[in-house]
Design a protein around this ligand. Structure first.
Ligand SMILES: CC(C)(COP(=O)(O)OP(=O)(O)OC[C@H]1O[C@@H](n2cnc3c(N)ncnc32)[C@H](O)[C@@H]1OP(=O)(O)O)[C@@H](O)C(=O)NCCC(=O)NCCS
Length: 157
């Protein structure tokens, strides 16, 4: 089970969350998910779009891909409303998608992160992710990506 925090609820995203998810995306610079992408992921059997509500308001989301025939699940995106940062929501969303990946029988969770994203890198390292390499020029603006992964079996409580 993912850890709990008072006032926080984690659940699958619904179509009615779309406006709020887009508003959240608009708060961050760079590669954003579009309405079309969110809609596609909402109905995709190989994607799990999870949201964190804090006191009833949508405060963050995480998007997990669980492709058929692969032992590796992928965290495609995770974001928390700037007004709610530092309160543990990112860590809760991460633990939640790890549990979903485990439940789906995946042994590894993999992700890419901008090499200059100090907060996200700290979040992943703290959660036990190990850096596996650098992908030069991965992002639209030419920024490198760092690839991290975590063996989910090892972290089974
Ligand atoms: C990365 C992000 C999701 C973290 O969410 P958050 O809710 O603020 O994170 P948490 O409060 O759960 O923090 C968990 C840990 O992450 C690390 N961390 C989070 N924000 C940090 C910061 N600004 N600086 C350094 N470490 C940070 C800390 O280790 C923290 O644990 P601690 O508070 O016990 O020290 C959030 O900053 C965000 O939405 N950023 C913009 C979107 C983004 O960059 N997503 C990642 C794309 S790969």
């Amino acid at each position: 089970m993912a850890p709990e925090k008072p006032g926080v609820a984690l659940r699958d995203a619904r179509s009615c969350d779309l406006e709020r998810l887009l508003a959240l995306e608009a708060m961050f610079p760079g590669d954003r998910l579009s309405a079309r992408q969110f809609r596609r992921h909402l109905s995709s059997p190989t994607a799990r779009l999870r949201v964190a509500e804090f006191d009833g308001a949508l405060a963050g989301y995480a998007l997990l891909f669980v492709r058929r025939g692969s032992a590796v699940a992928r965290l495609y995106s995770i974001a928390v409303d700037p007004a709610q940062r530092g309160a543990g929501l990112g860590a809760l969303l991460l633990a939640d998608v790890e549990q979903l990946a485990r439940n789906a029988g995946r042994g590894i969770l993999r992700l890419e992160v901008r090499a200059d994203n100090v907060a996200a890198i700290a979040l992943y390292r703290r959660a036990g992710y190990r850096e596996q390499g650098r992908i030069p020029g991965y992002y639209e603006d030419g920024c490198d990506a760092l690839r991290f992964d975590k063996a989910l079996d090892e972290s089974r409580p």
